[in-house]
Each structure stands twice: as C-alpha cells, then as structure tokens.
Design a protein around this ligand. Sequence first.
Ligand code: FNR
Length: 375
Amino acid sequence: ARAGREPGTDAGEVLLSPEDYETAARARLDRAVYDFIAGGSGDEVTLRGERAAYDRYRLRPRTLVDVSHCDPGTTLLGSPVSFPVGVAPMAYHRLVDAEGETATVRAAGAVGALTVTSTFASRTIEETARAASGPLWLQLYVLRERKVTESLVRRAEAAGYRALVITVDAPRMARRERDLRNGFSLPPHIRPVNLDDGQSGGLHGSRAGSSTLAEHAARHHDAAFTWQDLAWLRSLTSLPLVLKGVLTGQDARQAAELGVEGLIVSTHGGRQLDGAIAALDALPEVVAAVPETCEVLVDGGIRRGTDVLKALALGARGVLVGRPVLWGLAVDGAAGAERVLATLRAELTDAMALTGRPALDAIAPDLLHLSPAAT
Ligand code: FNR
C-alpha cells in the first residue's frame, strides 16, 4: 500500500496540494467535465467567497504545550472517524474515473474518513456500501415522486448507511453558465443508477445553451417540499437526519425542533444561490441556534488542514470536502483520492501541533484572529 503522505506524481511532477491535483486533473479531463466540477452559479461570487472567508482568519498559536501526541480522531453522529473530515456528496464520480464512487469510498475507508454519497451517484447504493470500510451516509434530493424517495431510504437502511443527508438548498438548480455554454450532458455510459427508469432519462444528448442536468432537476426535484414534508421524512425512518444547505439560525432552530440530528452549513460549494453568505461566516449563528446534541458540519472551500482547524474553532463538529477528492480521483483513481484525504489529515495534525492544540476539544474561538487586511 502507498504511504499516505507520499506525494503523487504526474508526468514527473510532484503533486502535493489540492491545487496541484486540480491542475493535473484539468489537463486530463474534458473541458466540459472540468467546468462542471470546478464551476459555480451566476458570477461565481459565492464560489470565490467560500475561499476568501477562510483566508480572512489567521491563527493565534499557543506555545510550550506538549504536542508530542496530536489526535484528530472523533465521532460524527456516533460513528468513529480518524479525523473530522468527510467526502461531500457529489454526483457522478464516473465522470472522472472508470470505477467512480466505489473507488472514492475505498479511499475514504483507507484513511478512516466518512463518505456521503449522492442521490445522483453513478454506482448503486449497494455497490458503494460493499466497498466501504468507513462510515457511509446517503444524500437525498427530495424528488416529486415520493415513492422513489421512500425506496431510497429503505435501500440505505438495508445497506447499512448510518444517516440520511437531505439537501435543502436545491429546490431548483441554479444557472451555471459554464455548463450552459458547454451544453453539458452526461456521456452515454453514465447514468443515475439509483433512480428508476422513470427518473433517470433525459440526461444525455448535448445542446449548446442548455444543461441536461438542470433540465432533469427542474422535472424531478420537488420544489414544493417544506417543513411539514420534512416531518413526513422524519416519520419514515429512525436513521439520523442531517439537513445540508442551511445558512441561518432560524432554519437551524426549526430543524432541531423537528428532531433533525445534524446540519451541514453549506452553499453547495457556490453552485446554488450566487451572492449567498460564505458557509464559514454563517457557521457561528447556526451553531448558536441549536442544542449541543445537534452536530453541525460545514463545507465549501476547505483545502488545507488549517482551514479545518478554523471551521472547528468556529464550532463545527466536522467538515466535508468536495472538489479536491474528485481531482485526486481523476489523477490516480482511489490512490489519488486517498492521498488528497491523507494529506488533509496530516496537515490537520501538523496544525494542531503548531497551534498548541493537541486535542480537538482544545480548539476554540480564541484560536482565531479576524484579519480585515487579509481580504
Ligand atoms: C456537488 N455538491 C452536491 N451536493 C449535494 O448535496 N448533492 C449532490 O449531488 C452534489 N453534487 C455535486 C457535484 C459536484 C461536481 C460538486 C463540485 C458539488 C455539493 C457538495 O456536496 C459540496 O457542498 C461542495 O462541493 C463543497 O465545496 P468544495 O469542497 O467543493 O469547495
């Protein structure tokens, strides 16, 4: 097995950072696939804002603390993980790698990380579960056809998924101009294998000026889904529920009152409401609004171990990482995705040592300095 910290190489180049992997992936992927992954909605203001939010914070290290053992291990909704970083749900991993989601989940398992798989996975719920050795959560888009949602819930329960993540920031898909310009559609061999034929058609056949994914979402996502319907979902299953895409204290409170066990503060990686507040900036308000038993995660723009530290300092229990995992997968399959995750784990441990915080419970807001000059 490859050592986690061993650098990957690409045509003689040493790949270290997520940016290195992105550059290497970009050289390999079709332009339309690269743009689909990298891009955001509208003017991509929120996409850029996600990164900028992390860079505004600087760290206030303590010294002369015994940091000979730094342990980033914890639990997420009761499942042990070797560090509080999971793989964000992303559609169609087979766009970048022949194996797809089963490779990603093996990579996450190898480093003891959580994986959240998408409703729009290109491998089945069951195949992914068989390949997993770490905890698995299933992300659900609520579809108009409630029977389809219900059957996905039952399959997740049967396959041993430990939580359901309901994405609430996509009642419709935002305009993503890169995809529209490229006429983005799925290649013929890739389809949403977890949906019935009735919900999986119409995703192929490229036309400039349109995205078949956006058209598919317009037909099948249930834009009338509300808090009352969430109560229906709550009554359907005893699996923990997590809402993904919450950005306000009001929504967080309402979710917790309905018995939701977890929240993911997220702008969908800048792919939905352009102009939305950065997830990191929304995090403290969300954390303050819910009881401690409700676990709050955050995603969007996390690229370094120090970013993870900053999110934890603002009250996150853990974080999810999206695009960097797909860049790793594109460059070198499961091994590439594993190296991206293992590097984040190593960087987090370094950052804990260098800030004098050898345990996660020592990470608090006093670690941070908000630096207006750094914007
Ligand atoms: C996503 N995201 C996403 N979210 C979700 O709930 N269901 C999904 O199917 C997808 N699909 C998807 C595809 C691709 C290509 C990307 C890049 C993202 C959003 C994802 O879960 C996450 O919120 C962001 O990707 C996090 O931001 P970073 O880490 O990519 O900056």
